[in-house]
Design a protein around this ligand. Structure first.
Ligand SMILES: Cc1cc2nc3c(=O)[nH]c(=O)nc-3n(C[C@H](O)[C@H](O)[C@H](O)COP(=O)(O)OP(=O)(O)OC[C@H]3O[C@@H](n4cnc5c(N)ncnc54)[C@H](O)[C@@H]3O)c2cc1C
Length: 388
């Protein structure tokens, strides 16, 4: 069924996840009239609603630390700012380390984080167990404790930003897929949707794992690869510890857990997972792999069955860092994507950055490392990645 949609827009944002919703709000709030957000399904239905909700400033580079701090600051007062409760809790992130190289890297990262005001510190295995009572410490060398980190509910953030964007005059259209983007002489002229054409000269790609397709519409290579990541929930535990971090992460395996209701949310990045849009929730091999790690790190978990779970997509770039940039090749194309597993916490700062790029203002964050053209750089060829 064809629906009526605006025929003109000052700027069209493609994607109604946390990134698109935040950008719509920040642009509309800054006075841009004619902001239109297009989401082909329902708001937050992509990777955002699949996220574990972790919000942290415990990163290994200065720009991400600042971006993470902004996420924590905004999410901690989201209810007052936007009238939408997001269940923000600041119970800390605990990274469990059993490789001497990781201990060195985390020790350096903690120094950098402290210099930016993040109250993280290295702790010994005994203290780690006091912080996260479900863990076993065999083989562990140390842990990194970042008590200021937390978690919140991703869909609520999207609803809050979308409502605030509407209050500032933005138009949010659901169930409307972008099928092409037209340009003339390197300038965007039209966004073509399943429900009609919108004349515009500005487009923001906030299409998450699907961003490469959006870039292809304009002949711009956006190197974002979809990769399935699964989460499972246990049955209620007989006894939940009276305190537990927002996230406990076994760093070498990337197995993580946090309390969710009366049970636990469990996550794990299966190293055998292959690229693609596979969204099937498949427990068998995944649970076997997760079980092997849990047997060492948190064996108490194995006493409980899995009640439910889901599969979502990480939107991965070659260096596991996001792209926040204006295209050099196509006039009017802004890009905010490729968060590689930490996009939820980056929603607030990403909205501010794209708003500033739109207005030609230098953002307050150093976004040099998030340029699109870095993927032709020598550093990347040498395999430099975002470790923490
Ligand atoms: C299992 C899992 C756990 C995670 N845990 C965390 C966490 O703890 N903390 C954290 O910070 N991050 C986490 N993430 C990552 C986080 O979910 C993502 O980085 C973030 O949600 C990306 O937001 P987005 O708005 O860019 O993408 P999305 O939420 O995927 O939004 C993109 C939207 O674009 C729409 N779209 C695509 N193509 C078109 C088109 N042609 N026309 C119109 N609309 C289109 C899609 O339908 C989608 O809704 C996790 C991810 C997964 C899968």
């Amino acid at each position: 069924m064809t629906r009526s949609i605006p025929t003109e827009a000052t700027v069209v944002i493609i994607g109604g996840g946390v990134i698109g919703a935040s950008i719509a709000f920040h642009l509309a709030q800054s006075g841009v009239e004619g902001v239109v957000l297009l989401e082909r399904d329902e708001l937050a239905c992509g990777s955002t609603c699949k996220a574990a909700g972790g919000v942290r400033a415990s990163f290994s580079n200065a720009a991400n630390i600042e971006i993470g701090l902004r996420g924590l600051e905004i999410y901690s007062q989201f209810g007052q700012l936007y009238g939408q409760e997001i269940d923000f809790h600041r119970d800390g992130y605990l990274y469990l380390l059993s490789d001497p190289t990781d201990v060195e890297v985390f020790t350096e990262s903690v120094a950098l984080q402290n210099a930016h005001g993040v109250p993280s510190r290295m702790v010994d295995p005994e203290e780690a167990k006091r912080i996260s009572p479900l863990i076993e410490t065999g083989g562990m060398l140390a842990a990194c404790w970042s008590p200021g980190d937390g978690k919140a509910t991703p869909e609520s953030v999207v609803m809050g930003y979308a409502a605030a964007a509407r209050r500032h005059g933005a138009t949010i259209i659901r169930n409307c897929a972008v099928i092409d983007i037209a340009s003339t002489n390197g300038t965007i002229t039209e966004v073509i949707t399943e429900h009609g054409r919108i004349t515009t000269h500005q487009v923001v790609c906030a299409a998450g794992a699907w961003s490469r397709e959006i870039g292809d519409m304009l002949g711009v290579h956006i190197p974002v690869t979809p990769m399935r990541r699964q989460i499972a929930f246990t049955e209620p535990l007989a006894e939940l510890p009276d305190h537990s971090p927002s996230l406990t992460i076994d760093f070498p395996s990337n197995f993580y857990f946090h309390p969710e209701g009366k049970g636990l949310l469990l996550g794990w990045s299966d190293p055998d997972e292959t690229e693609g849009f596979n969204l099937r929730f498949e427990l068998e091999d995944w649970l076997l792999g997760l079980g092997e790690i849990a047997a060492i790190r948190a064996p108490a978990i194995l006493d409980y069955g899995i009640s439910t779970g889901w599969a979502g997509l990480y939107e991965i770039t070659p260096d596991r860092n996001q792209i926040l940039d204006r295209s050099n090749d196509i006039d009017g194309l802004l890009i905010a994507t490729g968060y590689s597993g930490h996009g939820f916490l980056m929603g607030p700062a990403s909205g501010e950055i794209i708003r500033d790029l739109y207005h030609g203002i230098t953002p307050r964050y150093d976004i040099t490392d998030f340029r699109l053209d870095r993927f032709s750089d020598v550093a990347l060829a040498a395999g430099e990645t975002n470790i923490v």
